[in-house]
Design a protein around this ligand. Structure first.
Ligand SMILES: [Zn+2]
Ligand SMILES: [Zn+2]
Length: 287
């Protein structure tokens, strides 16, 4: 273990998806939290995916297994009570935030506001997993369909960053999830990110993140599929130039992915001279 790494506090601003509350994750939430404790994390934001707005907006695996939006909403409510009771149970061992990760599609902002009102999360991770009705995070076939719907790969990127910008303005989430997730199924993403009309949108969105003091999720899941973290290096460098806070999120989806790629990520941030004294997400204030 490198010297830099052992001195840095272990945290995750985005993670803790569990098989108990997410159909594409594994293990119970308590098992996941115990893994964070075992790995020596000092604080963790548990940020389960929000329930879908309707049956039509479910993830493909939820459709396949016939999990209705009503059932998913019930399960999402149960997630909050379970996470809060585990927060108490493990107090003193680890500090837990009960948060959630948003979806972004037609009608999602109003629905997020409604869920926030009812369930009072500590904070939000603002994410975009859908563009023009297609999930761009799921598999190649869905991604290809999204490209087709947008008309071109570049246009899909533009549409993604426009959807993200709208979401950022409407929700001002404390944490921006995997900023350039759109590149997940694009092997030539460095080229695509640099295209006219794409990079300008990246810069516009980063300016907003900077002005509002939002945290960028330094998403370690990126190493699994896309060779590097989200946001990718050019975006990360631009963010650091704007003094945007970047905080690790392991985006864990079960015990096995708790804290994975952590050391690799810290070394990258350390080499770039980023602040490794992690700020915490701003908590939503309720009256
Ligand atoms: Zn997930
Ligand atoms: Zn996500």
């Amino acid at each position: 273990m490198s010297q830099v790494f052992s001195a840095v506090e272990k945290v995750s601003v985005h993670g803790g998806h569990s098989g108990q509350f997410c159909h594409h994750a594994s293990d119970s939430l308590e098992e996941v939290i115990r893994a964070y404790v075992a790995e020596g994390f000092s604080w963790v934001g548990i940020t389960e995916h929000m329930a879908p707005l309707s049956d039509a907006l479910r993830y493909p695996d939820e459709v396949e297994d016939d999990l209705g939006a009503d059932y998913l909403l019930d399960r999402f409510r149960t997630y909050f009570s379970e996470c809060r009771s585990l927060k108490q149970k493990y107090a003193g061992k680890i500090e837990i935030y009960t948060a959630f990760e948003t979806e972004t599609y037609e009608g999602s902002s109003a629905y997020v506001h409604k869920l926030v009102e009812e369930l009072k999360p500590d904070y939000l991770v603002g994410s975009v997993h859908h563009v023009n009705g297609f999930c761009i995070d799921y598999d190649q076939a869905n991604f290809d369909a999204a490209v087709k719907a947008s008309g071109s790969l570049e246009q899909l990127y533009r549409d993604y960053f426009d959807a993200q910008f709208e979401m950022l303005q409407e929700l001002e989430p404390s944490v921006v999830g995997h900023f350039d997730l759109i590149r997940k199924f694009d092997p030539d993403y460095l080229n695509t990110l640099g295209k006219a009309g794409v990079w300008e949108r990246v810069e516009r969105n980063l300016d907003f993140v900077s002005e509002c003091g939002l945290i960028l999720d330094f998403n370690l899941r990126g190493f699994d599929k896309a060779t590097e973290q989200y946001p990718s290096m050019p975006v990360l460098e631009a963010a650091l130039e704007l003094d945007i806070d970047v905080v690790p999120g392991d985006d864990s989806h079960g015990v096995n992915s708790v804290g994975r790629n952590y050391e690799r990520g810290i070394e990258i941030l350390s080499d770039l001279g980023a602040n490794l004294d992690w700020p915490r997400p701003a908590l939503i204030i309720y009256n």
